[in-house]
Design a protein around this ligand. Structure first.
Ligand code: ADP
Ligand code: MG
Length: 238
C-alpha cells in the first residue's frame, strides 16, 4: 500500500502501557487529526510515527516498507511542535536552512525552497530577524516553513496552534487548510481542539487511554459516534 500503516502498536514507559494495540492506515495526501483528552497518548503516537521513539511492540510501514527500526532522519517526515522549537540565536533564514545545509540538497535549491516557503507563509519580511523579534503567529509560521523546506512526504504536527490566541488560531487554521491543498502532502495533526479537528481533517482518530475509540470522517463521528465518550468529545462545546 501507499501511505502509512501502523500495526498493533504498543508503547510502554516502564510498567505503564501508554499506547495499547493501535492499528491505523493513513493514505497519501490525507489530513488526519488525532484527538483526545490530555495524556491519552497523542504526542507519544506521533513521536513513534516520526521515529523519535521506538514502539515496544508492533510495526510501522511507510509505502509498504517496514520502518519500525529506521531513525527519524530516514523516514521522509517532518515534525512541527507546539513550542516552535526554533533556534533563538539564528535568523529566520538560518532556522529554515538548518539541517538542509549538510545534505545532498544543492545551495541554490535550498535558497529556492526558502524563498518559496517564505512567500507561501508570508514571512519574507522577517527572514533576517531572530525568533525573539517575531510574534507567536510569525514564529509558528517559521516552524511550519522549516518543515516545508524539507519537502517531506508527510507533516506531523503536534498542537501547532495551541500557543496562539483565539483569533490567530482561526486564521492559521485557514492557512493550514490552504497549505494542505497546495502541497498535497499527508498531514497528521494532533489537537485537543475538536473544532480544529472537525474543520481541518478528512478523518479523525479519537484516542482515550492509549486506545483508538473510533476513526471516521468528521461527519461520521458527529452523526454516528461509536459511544458516549466520542459523542461527548466531538459534540462538546469547546
Ligand atoms: P497527550 O499528547 O495525548 O497529552 P502524551 O502522549 O504526551 O499524551 O502522554 C501519554 C502518557 O504517557 C501520559 O500519561 C504521559 O505522562 C506518559 N508519558 C509520555 N511521555 C513519557 C515519557 N517519556 N516517560 C514516561 N511517561 C511518559
Ligand atoms: Mg501532547
Amino acid at each position: 500500500m501507499s501511505g502509512l500503516e501502523l500495526r498493533n502498536i504498543v508503547k510502554n514507559f516502564g510498567a505503564v502501557e501508554v499506547i495499547r494495540d493501535v492499528s491505523l492506515e493513513v493514505n497519501d495526501g490525507e489530513f488526519v487529526a488525532f484527538v483526545g483528552p490530555s495524556g491519552c497518548g497523542k504526542s507519544t503516537l506521533l513521536r513513534l510515527i516520526a521515529g523519535l521513539d521506538k514502539p515496544t511492540g508492533g510495526s510501522i510501514a511507510i509505502d509498504g516498507k517496514d520502518v519500525t527500526a529506521i531513525g527519524a532522519a530516514d523516514r521522509g517526515l517532518a515534525m512541527v511542535f507546539q513550542s516552535y522549537a526554533l533556534y533563538p540565536h539564528m535568523s529566520v533564514r538560518e532556522n529554515l536552512a538548518f539541517g538542509l545545509e549538510n545534505t545532498k540538497v544543492a545551495k541554490a535549491e535550498i535558497e529556492a525552497r526558502i524563498a518559496d516557503a517564505a512567500r507561501m507563509l508570508e514571512i519574507e519580511p522577517f527572514l533576517q530577524r531572530r525568533p525573539g523579534q517575531l510574534s507567536g503567529g510569525q514564529r509558528q509560521r517559521v516552524a511550519i516553513g522549516r518543515a516545508i523546506v524539507r519537502r517531506p512526504d508527510a507533516f506531523l504536527l503536534d498542537e501547532p496552534l495551541s500557543n496562539l490566541d483565539a483569533e490567530l488560531r482561526v486564521s492559521m487554521r485557514a492557512e493550514l487548510a490552504a497549505l494542505h491543498a497546495r502541497l498535497k502532502a499527508t498531514m497528521i495533526y494532533v489537537t485537543h481542539d475538536q473544532v480544529e479537528a472537525m474543520t481541518l481533517a478528512n478523518r479523525i482518530v479519537v484516542l482515550r487511554g492509549g486506545r483508538i475509540e473510533q476513526v471516521g470522517t468528521p461527519l461520521e463521528l458527529y452523526n454516528e459516534p461509536a459511544n458516549r465518550f466520542v459523542a461527548g468529545f466531538i459534540g462538546a462545546p469547546h
